[in-house]
Design a protein around this ligand. Structure first.
Ligand code: MN
Length: 249
């Protein structure tokens, strides 16, 4: 099995190094990741400038681009072989609920799914004191199960791991995407030349306490695994015919 690793925290992040260590021996491992932090880049693709790639160790390539750039390059010619699986992470910080839309970690996995390669995004739900071991071990087990059973086309798994030692994690749950609450804290200041500038804050105001969600599973001490799809169609609207009908032209 050929496994491609990527992330949005950059190729030197401890999170991706933990994946390299724990997936070693499960197959042929390649790492193609941004050369610096690319958080909240979502699915940005670099089209307005060339991308440079440099070696960052055996089987490790650093790209001066986004997570999506990395996976696209890796799957379309940069690697000598086509990966069977893409694993993105382990991210430093949660990717639950609304985070998923902004996440570079999840987008690397989405890009793989778009290109027909099964993918997993893995995130550690904390912003400090990162201990990746339990998350890396769970990922290794999940990878070996996918190795046996595969994943449906255009599907990716979004994994979020509570920041607990392995013994304290209660288990894992299949979940749906929940709802995160962010603060609407935009700082407005004046620069030294008298012009206004704005800084988007990231206050975490908690989440909607709904059973079955990614937010809730992690909150209760479980690893959350959410199957995501690339198709954003709202099938409910499509089937229930709830868009008002009118004649046009
Ligand atoms: Mn990140």
């Amino acid at each position: 099995m050929v496994i491609l690793l990527s992330n949005d925290d950059g190729i030197y992040s401890d999170g991706i190094i933990a994946l390299e260590k724990n997936l070693q021996g499960m197959g042929e491992i390649y790492t193609v990741a941004p050369d610096r932090e690319q958080n909240s880049m979502s699915h940005a693709l670099t089209l307005h400038r060339p991308l440079r790639v440099h070696e960052a160790g055996p089987g490790r390539l650093a790209v001066d681009g986004t997570p999506t750039d990395c996976v696209k390059l890796a799957l379309t010619g940069l690697l000598p072989v086509r990966p069977d699986l893409v694993v993105s992470g382990i991210n430093k910080g949660p990717n639950v609920g609304d985070d998923i839309i902004y996440s570079g970690t999840v987008s690397a996995a989405i890009e793989a799914a778009l290109l027909g390669v099964p993918a997993i995004a893995v995130s550690l739900v904390t912003f400090e004191g990162f201990k990746f071991q339990a998350a890396a071990e769970f990922t290794a087990t999940l990878v070996s199960r996918i190795q046996e059973g595969g994943l449906p086309l255009e599907t990716l798994l979004n994994v979020n791991v509570p920041p607990l030692p392995k013994e304290q994690i209660k288990g894992w749950r299949i979940t749906r995407q929940g709802k995160r609450h962010y603060g609407e804290n935009i700082v407005e200041r004046t620069d030294p030349r008298g012009k206004k500038y704005y800084w988007i804050g990231g206050d975490d105001l908690g989440f909607a306490h709904e059973d079955g969600t990614d937010c809730m599973a992690v909150h209760e001490g479980y690893i959350s695994v959410t199957p995501l799809q690339v198709d954003l169609t709202n099938y409910k609207l499509l089937n229930e015919n709830c868009i008002p009908s009118f004649n046009w032209p």
